[in-house]
Ligand binder design. Structure first.
Ligand SMILES: Nc1ncnc2c1ncn2[C@@H]1O[C@H](COP(=O)(O)OP(=O)(O)OP(=O)(O)O)[C@@H](O)[C@H]1O
Ligand SMILES: [Mg+2]
Length: 232
């Protein structure tokens, strides 16, 4: 089943006299349980596209269907409801709250859902266990390595059991060893938890952890290919 379906999507940014057409008439579909990498030069529209997929912003034109919901017809508040149910976000710079420990950071999305504290702690502990950080629950972000901070951010992204993980340069701030560990975690979430993953990266090696690579240039899709399975 298609979980993401975009048809003729464009995004125009206007600031003062200047207009930027960040996405130009883009169409593609992503099926449930796919692991897709988006690549392309700086300014080609990758983050813009990820933000549209993640219901953080409206497109200027075109239609977008997320898990059967016509997103482009939704109000901002309905759109954030859909986002909270279906999407978990991971960012290059982790976006953790510095004064809260790992556990509290992971609990945040559940607070927005109005869940009681006991249930929140239980789910947050589970998510941190899944990313291999059960023994770091009371650490503050500054007391964790970059790779560990990103794993806390992934625990926060998956704690509400979303269908889709969207990651914008998830390994961009990490060394290659820590980056590999993040990719192994994505593979596990993809294969064992059946989560659909869409990641933006500029590293070919990282992109190839996915099963498909979509390349953007100047706001348009220039290629969309299956990744060959390498014989090791
Ligand atoms: N909020 C905004 N207002 C105006 N223009 C924007 C805005 N966000 C992005 N743009 C413009 O849209 C284009 C696409 O930007 P986008 O951030 O999607 O690129 P990107 O592919 O993610 O680049 P990078 O690899 O550098 O992160 C760029 O030309 C950028 O300047
Ligand atoms: Mg970007």
């Amino acid at each position: 089943m298609d979980i993401i379906k975009m048809e003729g999507i464009s995004k125009l940014y206007k600031s003062g006299q200047i207009q930027v057409e960040a996405l130009k008439n883009i169409s593609f579909r992503i099926q449930e349980k796919e692991f897709v990498s988006i690549m392309g030069p700086s300014g080609s529209g990758k983050s813009t596209l990820l933000n549209l997929i993640g219901c953080l912003d409206h497109s200027t034109s075109g239609t977008y269907e997320l898990a059967g919901n016509q997103v482009n017809k939704l109000s901002d508040s309905k759109m954030s409801e859909v986002r909270n149910i279906f999407i978990g976000f991971v960012f290059q710079s982790f976006h953790l709250l510095p004064r809260m420990n790992a556990m509290k950071n992971v609990e945040i999305p559940l607070i927005y859902r109005g869940m009681n504290s006991k249930k929140r702690k239980e789910l947050a502990e589970n998510a941190l266990e899944q990313v291999g950080l059960k023994d770091r629950m009371t650490h503050l972000p500054a007391q964790l390595s970059g790779g560990q901070q990103q794993r806390v951010a992934i625990a926060r992204a998956i704690v509400g059991n979303p269908s889709i993980i969207l990651a914008d340069e998830p390994t961009g701030a990490l060394d290659s060893k820590a980056g590999e560990k993040i990719m192994e975690l994505f593979i596990e979430l993809n294969e064992k938890k059946s989560m659909t993953i869409v990641q933006v990266t500029h590293e070919e090696q990282i992109a190839e952890y996915g099963s498909r690579i979509i390349r953007l240039v100047d706001g348009q899709i220039v290629s969309d290919d299956v990744v060959e399975v390498k014989n090791v």
